[in-house]
Write a protein that binds this ligand. Structure first.
Ligand code: UTP
Length: 319
């Protein structure tokens, strides 16, 4: 796996990663009343662990998670658990012991609290003392990119070639653009990137609109949860008043940078992605990843086929 360092072979110079995970997760209530939505399990692994694994796969092992009230379980998940480890060791359960240790040893994870959930832009602004004057990556804590379709690599490559900010874009049906930040674009020239099988090119972003009505959307290219941001974003966030939903929107700060002539590019992603904060997408992610697991998949798929056949006929399904 190619890794992205600002200076080759110096891990301390890899891009830092910021993962905002301080939102209220209202779309998933009541489950998220006491459990952070970022820890909802995809089969047996919390969504957030997949995201940290994705960062590590791209060579980025230093992570700041933005947490809020009631999100302490996130800190526990990426920490050691001596009692649990002792029990598993005594039982000789090496497989589960390895799984428990893995989340604690995966990356160098730091935390900062966002005092109140005042929006994604505000959450990113909380990372300023940690990031300093460096370019950094932002990965949303509820947006899962399938490990088979790496997206951070091409984004980091584009940032190294073109500078400025780089966001991930994905084509969505016109009736769904109002759920996303949406980009007005123009061609960026022929820029080759890593993993062309999961991307369909690079565009220059001229404007951004947060959650536009379908008829006002400048395109059907929606911003999804991966960003590579230059440190100018922090001053832009300072100058960004609360927008939609009375929250400070990251989209509005990037719009400001684009309007001021700062390079903002988009990598168009065509791979597999799951918004685990949305109940339908969450269910699709669980079924898909369970079906594809070598340990659980074969018997689960067999059950699923029988279930669907019975379900379509309106039969009572007992097991
Ligand atoms: P979302 O808008 O999907 O999260 O933000 P939310 O507000 O928790 O979700 P709903 O709409 O109420 O269900 C995307 C990511 O940004 C984080 C969230 O935790 C999520 O991972 N976020 C959002 C923050 O860290 N702080 C905020 O103020 C808002």
């Amino acid at each position: 796996m190619k890794t992205y360092r600002k200076n080759a072979n110096d891990r301390s110079n890899a891009y830092k990663v910021v993962i905002p995970a301080a939102g209220l997760g209202t779309r998933f209530l009541p489950a998220t009343k006491a459990i952070p939505k970022e820890l909802l399990p995809i089969v047996d692994t919390p969504a957030l662990q997949y995201i940290v694994e994705e960062a590590v796969d791209a060579g980025l092992g230093e992570v700041l998670v933005i947490v809020g009230r009631g999100k302490e379980a996130i800190i526990d998940h990426f920490d050691r658990s001596p009692e649990l480890e002792a029990v598993l060791e005594a039982k000789g359960d090496a497989g589960r012991l390895e799984a428990v240790l893995r989340s604690a040893e995966l990356a160098d994870v730091h935390y900062i609290r966002q005092g109140a959930p005042r929006g994604l832009g505000h959450a990113v602004a909380c990372a300023r003392p940690y990031v300093g004057g460096e370019t950094f990556a932002v990965m949303l804590g509820d947006d899962l990119i399938d490990a088979r379709d790496p997206l951070l690599d091409p984004m980091l490559e584009v940032q190294q070639k073109l500078g400025g900010c780089v966001v991930a874009l994905m084509e969505v049906p016109q009736d769904q653009v109002s759920m996303y930040g949406c980009a007005a674009i123009e061609p960026a020239g022929d820029i080759a990137v890593a993993n062309p099988e999961a991307t369909s090119g690079v565009v220059r972003i001229t404007d951004l609109v947060e959650k536009p009505a379908a008829q006002d959307a400048p395109s059907n290219l929606a911003i999804i949860g991966r960003y590579v941001l230059s440190p100018e974003i922090f001053d832009a966030l300072d100058r960004t008043p609360p927008g939609r939903g009375d929250e400070v929107q990251l989209t509005d700060a990037m719009k400001l940078l684009a309007a001021e002539g700062h390079p903002v590019h988009g990598v168009v992603f065509t791979g597999r992605r799951y918004d685990t904060g949305d109940r339908g997408d969450y269910l699709r992610a669980v079924v898909r990843l369970a079906a594809e697991r070598p340990d659980l998949g074969p018997s689960f798929v067999e059950w699923l086929e029988e279930f669907l056949a019975d379900f379509k006929q309106g039969a009572v399904i007992k097991s």
